[in-house]
Design a protein around this ligand. Structure first.
Ligand SMILES: [Zn+2]
Length: 261
């Protein structure tokens, strides 16, 4: 493999499609079995990793000079948002409601604004509501308070069961609900509204190489601010602290691990 030289800075995705199966041929790369099964060896937090051949071919990109390694950690997560908003066709003048303003919510807020939508964002946490405003939401709402609106697109970015229920309450006729995150329990769909209002419920998993390229360009061209999403860094020796903070966030967003410190 001579595609890359020693010492070059690269971004490598863990998920790449085969480009040969039925799903790939239909353009549904994230449904590809190979994509779902792929990974680094032995895993992402190792000091060194081996990258499978197919990932080198289709999922490794030179990191532009102006993207730091830290910002590089957001290429794949942002690409998943790029994919999701393509799936539900977020566009100009739509009202998009984003439920949950953590890292994925804040990424989706920025992306929906870039696509020309009016964005309303919720959360239960004051810190995250403040961040939602900073990252461009037109309106932020405390999810525990009573509110009312009609959104043409709703992106669920939290595992809170209440958010899944709110999605069905606030979706407009002919609207689309995207489960970007899923609750940890099965949900009930209010079937009469679902049927009479012609609601679409859909999901999006992962990102394909085209989404990754788009995400990389968005970061490179400073269209999306991923730098300020990273609030905490820990050395590899303190990885458990990083996990604890990510599991119980407190005034924190993206937590990253620095392998060389
Ligand atoms: Zn495939």
């Amino acid at each position: 493999m001579t595609k890359f030289k020693a010492g070059q800075r690269v971004f490598v995705t863990h998920h790449v499609p085969c480009y040969e199966c039925k799903h790939c041929l239909e353009g549904n790369h994230t449904a590809c079995e190979v994509l779902h099964e792929g990974n680094y060896d032995p895993g992402g937090f190792s000091e060194f990793i081996r990258v499978p051949k197919i990932n080198v071919e289709h999922g490794t990109f030179l990191l532009p000079e102006n993207i730091s390694y830290e910002e590089g950690t957001m290429i794949e997560p942002l690409a998943c948002c790029v994919r999701g908003q393509k799936v539900i066709n977020v566009k100009e003048n739509q009202t998009v409601l984003i439920l949950g303003s953590g890292v994925s919510g804040l990424s989706n807020i920025q992306l929906a604004k870039l696509r020309g939508a009016r964005v309303v964002a919720t959360d239960v946490d004051d810190y995250k509501l403040k961040k939602a405003k900073e990252f461009g939401a037109d309106e932020v709402i405390d999810a525990t308070e009573d509110f009312n609106l009609r959104a043409e697109r709703i992106i669920v970015c939290t595992g809170a069961l209440q958010a899944a229920q709110q999605a069905f309450k606030f979706i407009d006729r002919k609207g689309i609900i995207l489960f970007f995150a899923i609750p940890n329990k099965n949900i009930e769909i209010p079937v009469v509204d679902f049927w009479r209002n012609e609601i679409t419920v859909t999901s999006s998993y992962g990102a394909a190489p085209d989404d990754l390229k788009e995400s990389l360009e968005l970061i490179k061209n400073k269209k999306i601010n991923v730098h300020d999403l990273i609030t905490h860094e820990f050395p590899l020796t303190e990885i458990s602290k990083g996990f604890q903070l990510a599991a119980n966030p407190k005034d924190s967003l993206k937590v990253i691990i620095q392998p060389n410190r």
